[in-house]
Write a protein that binds this ligand. Structure first.
Ligand SMILES: Cc1cc2nc3c(=O)[nH]c(=O)nc-3n(C[C@H](O)[C@H](O)[C@H](O)COP(=O)(O)OP(=O)(O)OC[C@H]3O[C@@H](n4cnc5c(N)ncnc54)[C@H](O)[C@@H]3O)c2cc1C
Length: 676
């Protein structure tokens, strides 16, 4: 029996067992038995300047990012591994136990502290300092989300709470020590019984004028603080969010500082701490539970920028309205949401860089007899799976950048707007990350399952982002409620819409062409109009449905809940329009040339894939059935046009090779017997 015939027989048998489709023709005819790895750079050329594109994508602090990448790659503390061809990779060692992961995460933080990475993270307040912090934080998250989540607790939750709710005496006492890690903080808001519903928390704090102390108590099991990052092992101090009861009157939630461990790490008296246990990801963060048994803290430990209790026990607050006071207490979560939105996109970039590089070197089946097997990314179906997600990641990257820019230049007047935009983007970007990672994982086949290839593991690590610092569904509800309030306010006062990107509502409703040619579909004017019509119409439908339900005697809150289908559609329409605007703005700033051309294709892909994926366009008739067919065909054409740019587009992410997995490079050598 010839070698070819034997191969053919073996294949037929395997197919029979696996019940897979008939073998492609070349299987028994090809003579090549050994695959050779060819780097994608050999066959793919860059059709635009990848450095220019990276500048657009990273937008700020590129040198600082590269500095930190270098620091991480050079240190053995970051689990450096040399794989086939002498290529260095860094990623956490997931063979370690949960306790080991926590300890090594803390050691890594101490190493970065020594290198000066966190300098100014709390004590410098200029927009430049804040942007640098964002950039360095994003790099940490690309290495390991446990590392950045631990930093997030220390600086964004604990540190920001002290900064925002505290006054000078608190700033002087805590901020520098926090930056130097002499104090390790945690942020104890969520309880077993209440998470999204912060107002419902049951921890109670009373005031004792005799000793001038507050007394914090966990009155029942459902009031135990739950999911508290850094509480299980490392935190010495906690921000405690608690109801404040003064002379029997509940003044609502307030913010206190409590010491929970001494400097030797021993748990303080009147505190009980337990672990939250093993999680689907970020096991390098010590997440714990806390009970307070009438813990006494000094009066100064009330963070008193919003409210104050005098030594004889009188409650004073400049904000009289309890609803507004409650809103003020949730303000620090905004910076967390901005950060989460940005880090989610960097995680999606890792997934796409790995999956696309692999798909440019991995072949499967042949479509012609004796022909070479086809590269995965040359399959139109593979393009359809990855390239729209790549375009969305680009568009969202610009939106995350814009969000950071407005955040660092925030003024009290635009705080509300930042809250709404950051809520919408946090939800949409973290959902996008999860979806992208899943698709990339599958696109890598079995290799996607190996933790060393990063994509699969990122799913577990980043999953919690959809829940913490505002559950995505709850955030989207808030976005629609804010749009509703703006709509009602403008209509009642007969004033024009200003802010939240709603200015288009001041002009007549645009009319979309009935026949959609390829050039019409790619026209930014058409795309903007289509997104504006959707947002406007959904906002009008939502307000009229809520008012109709209210008209039947239901409360406004209950009417909001009953209109949930519309609020879900509306908040998505709002966020997707903001993202489209961000990519349009980025494109507009570019001079005529190849980078602008490619970005135009990316933007059209983003706009059209959103139209294809959201049933609202068809359901409410913004597009006809024929139009929707045109959109679908155009998406396919755009996939073909983005395909030659795929390598350049992921190279422009600027992610060092060491932060990707071995399958992004010579995966044959990395898995050779000599590498075992
Ligand atoms: C890894 C991790 C780390 C965390 N770290 C911290 C920390 O350091 N400090 C801290 O204080 N907290 C922390 N949290 C807690 C986090 O903020 C809460 O989990 C989050 O607020 C959601 O609360 P919950 O888990 O009680 O869910 P719930 O609020 O009970 O929500 C459960 C489900 O109900 C839905 N739901 C809730 N309300 C509504 C509504 N009104 N309408 C429609 N649907 C609704 C939600 O969408 C969700 O799907 C962390 C959580 C995780 C997972």
């Amino acid at each position: 029996m010839s070698e070819n015939h034997a191969l053919w027989r073996a294949h037929v048998l395997a197919n029979h067992i696996l019940q897979s489709p008939p073998p492609p023709l070349n299987i028994f005819l090809t003579r090549e038995v050994c695959l050779q790895y060819t780097p994608p750079e050999v066959n793919e050329s860059y059709g635009f300047d990848v450095k220019e594109m990276r500048k657009l994508l990273d937008r700020h602090n590129l040198e600082d990012r590269d500095w930190l990448y270098g620091i991480i790659i050079q240190s053995n503390l970051f689990n450096r591994k040399i794989r086939g061809g002498g290529k260095v990779f860094v990623s956490p060692d997931y063979n370690e136990t949960m306790e080991q992961q926590r300890e090594i995460s803390m050691k890594r933080i101490m190493y970065l502290l020594e290198k000066g990475v966190f300098q100014g993270w709390l004590t410098e307040t200029s927009p430049e300092a804040e942007l640098k912090k964002f950039a360095l934080y994003e790099v940490c998250g690309m290495y390991d989300y446990s590392l950045s989540a631990k930093l997030g607790v220390q600086f964004l939750l604990w540190g920001n709470a002290v900064k925002l709710f505290g006054t000078k005496r608190h700033h002087d006492k805590w901020l520098k020590d926090t930056e130097d890690y002499l104090v390790k903080g945690c942020f104890a808001m969520t309880e077993l019984g209440h998470g999204s519903n912060v107002r419902g928390i049951e921890t109670v704090t009373t005031y004792d004028p005799m000793t001038e102390e507050f007394v914090i108590n966990t009155p029942c099991e459902s009031a135990q603080k739950y999911w508290i990052g850094e509480a299980a092992n490392h935190a010495t101090h906690a921000i405690v969010i608690s109801q404040l009861e003064i002379n029997g009157t509940n003044q609502g939630i307030h913010v206190f500082i409590a010491q929970i461990r001494d400097q030797d790490g021993n748990i303080c008296p009147n505190i009980r701490i337990a672990d939250c246990g093993h999680k689907i990801g970020i096991n390098g963060v010590d997440i714990g539970r806390i009970w307070f048994d009438n813990l006494r803290i000094p009066r100064e430990n009330l963070l008193n920028s919003v409210a104050h209790v005098s030594s004889d026990g009188n409650y004073v607050s400049a904000i009289k309205n309890p609803d507004q006071r409650f809103g003020a207490f949730l303000a620090p979560l905004t910076s967390g949401r901005v950060t989460i939105a940005a880090t989610a996109i960097y995680s999606a970039k890792i997934g796409l860089a790995v999956a696309i590089r692999y798909s440019l070197t991995r072949r499967a089946f042949s479509d012609v007899a004796n022909g070479p097997e086809v590269l995965l990314l040359d399959y139109p179906s593979h393009q359809r799976r990855l390239l729209p997600l790549l375009a969305k990641t680009y568009a969202m990257s610009f939106a995350a950048n814009d969000l950071k820019m407005i955040y660092v230049k925030r003024t009290p007047e635009i705080n509300k707007e930042i809250h709404v935009i950051s809520s919408g983007l946090k939800a949409v970007l973290t959902w996008h990350n999860m979806r992208t990672l899943q698709e990339c994982r599958e696109a890598c086949g079995g290799q996607g399952v190996k933790t060393e290839n990063r994509v699969g593991h990122l799913k577990g690590d980043y999953d919690g982002q959809t829940t913490f610092e505002g559950d995505n569904n709850v955030l989207m509800q808030q976005v629609s409620k804010a749009l509703f309030a703006e709509y009602i306010s403008c209509k009642k006062r007969n004033k024009p819409f200003k802010g939240l990107g709603l200015e288009h509502m001041n002009s007549p409703r645009p009319v979309l062409p009935t026949q959609l040619t390829s050039s019409a579909l790619r026209c930014s004017h058409f795309q903007k109009n289509a997104f504006s019509i959707r947002e406007r119409d959904l906002l009008e439908r939502y307000t009229s449905e809520v008012e109709e339900i209210q008209g039947k005697g239901e409360s406004r809150e209950f009417s909001f809940l009953l209109s949930h289908q519309l609020y879900e559609d509306l908040s998505k329409a709002f966020a997707e329009k903001a993202i489209l605007q961000a990519v349009l703005d980025a494109e507009a700033k570019l001079p005529i040339g190849s980078t602008k051309d490619v970005l135009g294709i990316v933007r059209s892909m983003y706009a059209l894939i959103c139209m294809e994926e959201d049933p609202s366009f068809l359901r409410y008739g913004y597009l006809s059935r024929d139009n929707v067919g045109d959109v679908r065909r155009e998406v396919s054409k755009l996939c073909g046009e983005l395909r030659p740019h795929a390598l350049a587009l992921v190279t422009s992410f600027g992610i060092p090779d060491a932060f990707l997995g071995p399958i992004a490079f010579n995966w044959v050598e990395a898995n050779a017997w000599s590498s075992v």
